[in-house]
Structure formats: structure tokens, C-alpha cells
Design a protein around this ligand. Structure first.
Ligand code: NAP
Length: 291
């Protein structure tokens, strides 16, 4: 562990809870590898204490922080400036102190598209199918629009929430059409999907044998499709195993986690982050032998 001195600069992650966050491990390994005088702390903040905590961060000169559930939207009115990307997503996950006050942005979008950009494809004809309409789905929509996708289909179980999700994009300049569908329409949609993204928590450690798509429906997935699960543990999830059986290309959520963190670190430090070390620290932590 690096030496904390009287001059050590502070970074951190706020949330309620934050105990589960892998960000402290990832960022402190990066900081150690860069040999810089920083430390990244878990900062548990209850919703009722958010405003006073942000004022306190200003007072102690915190350099920047990440935001996890449940503060990603609540933080927005407390910031001086918000990037266009974060405005588009409707949520902030990274804040940096500037001369003008707190500046907020959203690096989940960059994290999500990073492994897709590495495939170096033309995305303009890609038919996207997104399972779920929560916070992560919003970053996925903005990311797909950034890639150049023009048709996004969102599937969710509550007709009311689906329709609210669609309406929330109506006054944005996003150059993409967003269609909404009920789960029973999935068998018709799956064969047309070029990029199928799971943004629901179905298949996480508490329900390992679950998938958001039933086996028979997944058999309709094209071998040319990409199946992307934002879940990073377990890997592969049942959803990705089903897609692999169809011959589809699969991506788990680990690289998104690494790249959203790397993008945040670059904002705070103004230097290139050690992405390989950040990835390795997460892999070790997830395998239970974090160093
Ligand atoms: P969220 O805002 O709570 O949204 C969850 C979505 O999943 C909602 O649309 C919810 O619908 C739906 N859902 C939940 N349980 C379901 C079920 N049993 N069947 C069908 N739909 C269900 O959560 P989030 O922040 O978007 O996160 C979603 C997932 O993405 C989590 O697994 C999270 O770990 C992952 N994630 C990964 C990264 C990364 O860096 N890899 C980043 C962000 C998120 P209802 O509202 O109808 O329940």
C-alpha cells in the first residue's frame, strides 16, 4: 500500500452502500502503479446527508469522486456544471473539482462502448435490442447513439416504465429511434438483433441459473449477433452461455467497469491511466485473491 502523507490528495466513491464497490481496489492499484500522492476512499453517504457531504468535500479539497447507487441523479442539482453526455444520460457517475466548482460527467457511456469500438465495425445498420430500462440502460442508449446505431429496441416488464423511458428521450437531440416492446415480443425481436444487451440484474450471483431470455427464445439468436451482458460477476452469465451456444460473439461487463474507471481517473489526473493494471486488479479481486 502506498504511503499516505500530509500532502496526499483525496479521491473516492460515494454511495449507500459502498462496501461492495470494487472501485477503491481498482483505483488504488492504479495510483500505486503511477507512484502519485493520491488515495481513493470508500465514502458511505446516506441520501439525507448528500448536500452536506458535498459541501464538506469542497471544504477539504477533495479532487474528485465517483457516484454509485442511489446518488447518480440526486447529485445533479448540487453541481456547478454537467457535461452534455451526463445530461443526455440523465445521471452523473464522475465529479471533478474545477475553478468553477464541481463538474459532473458520465463515464459509463465511454466504458460501455469501449469493447464495441475495439471491434472496429460500421454500426449504422445495427439493430440493437436492450433488455431493461434502468440507469445502465440509459448509458447504453447514449453509447449506441454515439457508435452510430440508428435503431434501438427496449424491452421491459412494466408498460408504464417502458413508456416513461421512451418519453424521456423525446426532447433530446439523440439521432436514434427508440422503440419499446413487452417481453412477449422477444421471440420476434431476437432473430433480428445484431447487438443484444442485458442491462437487468438477472443472472447475477444471487440467481446464477437465471437468464432474462428463455432457452427456446435464445435459440433464435443469430450466430452473427453480439450478446453483451453488463453483469461482470459471474462470467459468463447464463445469458452469455446461451448466446455462446448459438455461436454469437459475447462480452461481459468487466471491460465496461475498467474503462469507466480509467476514463474517470484520466479526468482527475490529466494523465493516461494504467488500464491493464486496473483490469488485472479487478480480475484478482473477483477471483478472490486481491493483492
Ligand atoms: P436499475 O436502474 O435498478 O435497473 C435495473 C433494470 O432491470 C430495470 O429496468 C428493472 O426493471 C430490470 N429488472 C430487474 N429485475 C428484473 C427481473 N427479474 N426481470 C426483468 N427485468 C428486471 O439498475 P442499473 O444501475 O441499470 O444496473 C443494471 C445492471 O447493470 C446491474 O446488474 C449492474 O450491476 C449492471 N451494471 C454494470 C456496469 C458495469 O460497469 N459493468 C455499470 C452499471 C450497471 P423494473 O424497474 O421493472 O424492476
Amino acid at each position: 500500500m502506498q504511503l499516505i502523507t500530509g500532502t496526499t490528495k483525496l479521491l473516492g466513491v460515494i454511495g449507500d452502500p459502498v462496501e461492495h464497490s470494487l472501485s477503491p481496489v481498482m483505483h488504488n492499484r492504479a495510483i500505486a502503479s503511477l507512484g502519485i500522492d493520491y488515495v481513493y476512499l470508500p465514502l458511505p453517504i446516506k441520501p439525507k446527508d448528500l448536500a452536506v457531504a458535498i459541501a464538506g468535500f469542497e471544504a477539504i479539497g477533495l479532487v474528485g469522486f465517483n457516484i454509485t447507487i442511489p446518488h447518480k441523479q440526486a447529485i445533479m442539482p448540487l453541481l456547478s456544471e454537467i457535461s452534455d453526455i451526463a445530461q443526455g444520460v440523465g445521471a452523473v457517475n464522475t465529479v471533478h473539482r474545477t475553478d468553477n466548482g464541481w463538474w459532473g460527467t458520465n463515464t459509463d457511456v465511454a466504458g460501455f462502448i469501449s469493447p464495441l469500438q475495439a471491434l472496429k465495425r460500421d454500426w449504422s445498420q445495427t439493430k440493437v435490442v436492450i433488455l431493461g430500462y434502468g440507469g445502465a440502460a440509459r448509458a447504453v442508449v447514449v453509447g449506441c447513439a454515439q457508435l452510430g446505431c440508428t435503431e434501438i429496441n427496449v424491452i421491459g416488464r412494466s408498460p408504464q416504465k417502458l413508456s416513461q423511458f421512451q418519453q424521456s428521450w423525446e426532447n433530446t437531440a439523440l439521432p436514434v429511434s427508440i422503440n419499446i416492446h413487452q417481453p412477449q415480443q422477444l421471440p420476434k425481436l431476437i432473430p433480428q438483433a445484431d447487438l443484444l444487451v442485458n442491462t437487468t440484474p438477472v443472472g447475477m450471483y444471487s440467481d446464477l441459473d437465471q437468464s432474462p431470455v428463455d432457452g427456446a427464445t435464445m435459440q433464435r439468436l443469430s450466430a452473427k449477433a453480439i450478446a453483451y451482458d453488463l453483469i461482470y460477476t459471474p462470467s459468463p452469465t447464463k445469458f452469455l452461455q446461451q448466446a455462446q451456444q448459438q455461436g454469437a460473439f459475447t462480452l461481459d461487463g468487466l471491460e465496461m467497469l475498467v474503462q469507466q474507471g480509467a476514463a474517470a481517473l484520466e479526468i482527475w489526473l490529466g494523465q493516461t491511466p494504467p488500464v491493464d493494471i486496473m483490469r488485472q486488479s479487478l480480475q484478482e479481486q473477483l477471483q478472490g485473491n486481491g493483492k
